[in-house]
Design a protein around this ligand. Structure first.
Ligand code: NAD
Length: 303
């Protein structure tokens, strides 16, 4: 029987938190960690190996780029993280160089692999990865605004004492300054969220802004933000491994917007099965156009 293997390139805060999450939820047979800092990578593997007795994951080991290129799922979270005062977009030049060098080292990638990009700015670097990987674009995704969606839903949930999983509300567009929270379609069981007395349009906008800016407090006070994204990436892996076909926002190439950005998709074993239509009002449509324009410019800057 086939054993699922996941390679994680970049064994820093995000990569190791993702490995730990994957081990805890028992969905993968083997994890391979790859990092240019080989001593640290080996130490992370040795530490994580102590958690295996409580998991169905049978092996965690260091590996090289060529081995990673043959894994079922390849998660890329190598690169510079934000420093206090820096935006994700500020990382584009340095991290594009790192992503190019990683694809160069990996060589040909298994035709069935799914790549999940995490390194920021994730929209632009997913587009770069789609072009460098040689894989169909539906097999190369980015974690994108899934994290912002989760954060927004978390704040809404607290406000109305209703579990996040009952809330259908999406943040799409750029995973960054120009993200778009879709208030017009946000609902619980068909009831628009802006009709909830404790919410309303203004409150929802305020909570979306809080979700967008949350990263800055984390970077300022703890230097990184790994647990939320690790949980999101683990959920994406689960969706792929079990062919769940869940609707989730991820970074994908949009023919309509001519750029990679987060949109709701149906995600399964072969990657993106299809993009899912979501209604937007005029204001949101305008904001999405602006988000896309910034992303097209950013991608041009690294070509
Ligand atoms: P980190 O500094 O803790 O780890 C980065 C790791 O990448 C380091 O171990 C470094 O040695 C490694 N690395 C650098 N170049 C490499 C190469 N060529 N090959 C292999 N490994 C290489 O940083 P972090 O906090 O783990 O963040 C990693 C990336 O993830 C950053 O770009 C950050 O902005 C991004 N991130 C994205 C999200 C998201 O939602 N998409 C959330 C948090 C962080």
């Amino acid at each position: 029987m086939k054993q699922t293997q996941i390679a994680i390139i970049g064994a820093g805060s995000v990569g190791t938190a993702t490995a730990y999450n994957l081990i805890l939820i028992n969905i993968v047979s083997e994890i391979i960690l790859v990092d240019c800092n080989t001593k640290k990578c080996q130490a992370e593997v040795d530490d994580l190996a102590d958690t295996l007795p409580w998991s169905t994951t049978r092996s965690i080991r260091t590996g090289n780029y060529k081995e990673a290129a043959q894994a079922d799922i390849i998660i890329i979270c190598a690169g510079k993280p934000q420093q206090p005062g820096q935006s994700r977009a500020d990382l584009v030049t340095d991290n594009a160089k790192i992503i190019r060098s990683i694809f160069n080292e990996m060589g040909p990638i298994s035709k069935d692999s799914i790549i999940i990009m995490v390194t920021n700015p994730v929209d632009t670097l997913t587009q770069l990865a789609q072009n460098l990987s040689g894989l169909p674009t539906n097999q190369v995704i980015g974690s994108g605004t899934l994290l912002d969606t989760i954060r927004w839903r978390g704040f809404i949930s607290k406000e109305i004492t209703t579990g996040e999983q009952s809330i259908e509300a999406y943040v799409i567009g750029e995973h960054g300054e120009n993200q778009v929270a879709l208030i017009s379609s946000a609902n619980i069981e068909g009831v628009p969220l802006d009709e909830y007395p404790k919410l309303g349009n203004k409150k929802l906008e305020e909570l979306a802004k809080k979700a967008k800016l949350k990263v800055y407090g984390l970077v300022e006070n703890k230097g990184c933000a790994e647990f939320g994204v690790a949980a999101c990436v683990t959920a994406l892996c689960k969706c792929i491994i079990f062919n769940e076909n869940l609707v989730t926002p991820v970074v994908t190439y949009s023919k309509e917007y001519k750029t990679c950005m987060s949109l709701p998709v149906n995600l399964g074993a072969k990657g993106i099965f299809e993009q899912v239509y979501i209604a937007t009002n005029e204001k949101e449509q305008q904001a999405l156009q602006e988000s896309a324009e910034q992303l097209r410019k950013m991608y041009k800057s690294i070509q």
